[in-house]
Write a protein that binds this ligand. Structure first.
Ligand code: ADP
Ligand code: MG
Ligand code: ZN
Length: 483
């Protein structure tokens, strides 16, 4: 018997998103990633005595925008609080965050797993400052003789988005993360560069006996920054907790860390409670009052979000799968929409965008942002097929040539003489030749062997290097053979 028969998985995720502002949340230092250590700093973000923070309005704008995109209620009154703890990457010994009155509350997003739709609740989203980074002399903290600290990241604005414990499988968690990141990306809240730590997840997992109403005790694994780590971490935690429970033991409520190399989680510290942090209102910042006008102004800047985009594409005839693929990648979706402005058949367009063009881009390790074929040029190619000037088969070689040379489809077709032969007189001449050279197939066909016709069509296509209009060839052949 495996845990899968016995226990149900319960998971809630806290997601930290670095917001896309030019400057930090309480000072004018740049938020740029990297840079020489301790060069993106000033007395404010270093927490020197006597300085005062000034809230960056753009941070509030982005937090409101994210809240609206996640269907949250935006609080007309919220405030900042100090979360007190000591760690070398936190120069002030407290993090300015939001505690009991966050800016966003009560949102939701929809996921789809194996065609099954489900709503995942968003408990809250609040603004806070990022901490610095420890720089170890060795590979890990335990194998290092010394560690330095880089405060460049200190004070970079974060939005912490907390989900309800609504997820019941690893697939649901991954679907939630994917949807959340797409929304954040489309709304322009973050650059979403996961490899640079722009988005980090804390995964809370617990198990409970199937059928039980009560949640089990959870562990929280901090700071995962890839889907793959989330999946592996959850697999490990589920096995670890199931074994503990199977032996009659108890899961300890604690904070754990993920060891990517070993593929295991390790206990970091026993779970701290809110009161351990001695939260109190930040005395150096005024409470934040947001009126309806401000919220409405931000609402107007919201672009079409992923779920709405998928619905629109499906209403144009795309399959759920194709809509999902196109929307999952913003540059591809932008390309698609630009082409759609000048080409009405969304399904044909989707086939070429997700098929041939994606394939060519992948093969060159390139992306839609740098596609040598513009949306307008792809439309040019598709219109040639529509007008019957080239066949779909010829178009597949034309698109390759377009990709390599950047030339328009029409130019390539003209230069290489690839235009489809739809001239009946010309086709008749070729067909007459094929008929007299293949007396046996002709006789077979006339004796009732239908498949012989396919062979004869093939001969005509061969003679014209695939350029004959297949519909016409069929028609003329049949007519000639029944003469
Ligand atoms: P904190 O981690 O700061 O103490 P919360 O109590 O708000 O905060 O919970 C954090 C996250 O843990 C939330 O995403 C919530 O959905 C999730 N969570 C809470 N209880 C459980 C549980 N029993 N099992 C799994 N996840 C849980
Ligand atoms: Mg937590
Ligand atoms: Zn600064």
């Amino acid at each position: 018997m495996t845990f899968r028969d016995k226990y149900e998985i319960v998971c809630g995720v806290e997601t930290h998103v670095e917001m896309l502002t030019k400057t930090k949340i309480f000072c004018g230092c740049t938020t740029e990633f990297g840079g020489e250590q301790n060069t993106h700093v000033c007395p404010v973000c270093l927490g020197l005595p006597g300085v005062l923070p000034v809230l960056n309005k753009e941070v509030v704008n982005l937090a409101i925008k994210a809240g609206l995109a996640l269907n949250c209620e935006i609080a007309d009154f919220s405030k900042f609080d100090r979360k007190n703890y000591y760690y070398p990457d936190l120069p002030k010994n407290y993090q300015t965050s939001q505690y009991d009155l966050p800016i966003c509350k009560g949102g939701a997003l929809e996921i789809s797993v194996n065609g099954q739709k489900k709503t995942i609740g968003i408990t809250r989203a609040h603004m806070e400052e990022d901490a610095g980074k420890l720089v170890h002399s060795g590979e890990t903290i335990s194998t290092s003789v010394s560690s330095g600290v880089d405060y460049n990241r200190t004070g970079v604005p974060l939005l912490e988005i907390v989900s309800e414990p609504d997820m019941r499988s690893i697939d649901e968690v991954l679907a939630y993360l994917e949807e959340l990141i797409q929304i954040i990306d489309y709304a322009g809240i973050s650059d979403c560069k996961m490899e640079q730590g722009s988005i980090r997840f804390d995964i809370n997992v617990s198990l409970r006996p199937i059928g039980s109403e009560q949640f089990g005790i959870r562990s929280e694994t901090k700071n995962l920054n890839s889907f793959n780590s989330v999946r592996r971490c959850m697999e490990y935690e589920i096995e670890r907790q199931a074994e503990l429970l199977d032996e009659g033991g108890q899961v300890v409520q604690e904070t754990r860390t993920w060891d990517e190399g070993k593929g295991i989680t390790l206990s970091l510290r026993s779970k701290e409670e809110a009161h351990d942090y001695r939260y109190f209102p930040e005395p150096d910042l005024l409470p934040l009052v947001i009126d309806k006008d401000w919220i409405e102004k931000i609402r107007e800047t919201l672009p079409e979000l992923p779920s709405a985009k998928r619905e629109r594409l499906q209403s144009l005839g795309l399959s759920e799968y194709d809509a999902k693929v196109i929307v999952s990648w913003k540059p591809m979706a932008n390309f698609f929409d630009k082409a759609l402005d000048n080409f009405a058949d969304a399904k044909i367009l989707a086939n070429w965008v997700t098929g041939d063009l994606s394939g060519l881009l992948n093969a060159k390790n390139s992306s839609f942002e740098e596609s040598p074929i513009t949306p307008q040029q792809l439309v040019g190619l598709l219109k040639l097929i529509q007008k019957g000037e080239i066949s779909g088969k010829i178009a597949k070689s034309v698109i390759e040539e377009m990709f390599d040379t950047g030339k328009d489809a029409e130019v390539i077709v003209k230069e290489k003489g690839l235009a489809q032969i739809s001239d009946e007189g010309e086709l008749e001449k070729i067909i007459t030749g094929v008929i007299s050279a293949n007396a046996k197939s002709v006789a077979d066909y006339q004796a009732g062997k239908e498949s012989a016709l396919g062979f004869l069509v093939g001969q005509v296509m061969k003679a014209t290097k695939g350029q004959a209009n297949p519909g016409l060839v069929n028609k003329i052949l049949r007519a000639k053979l029944s003469e």
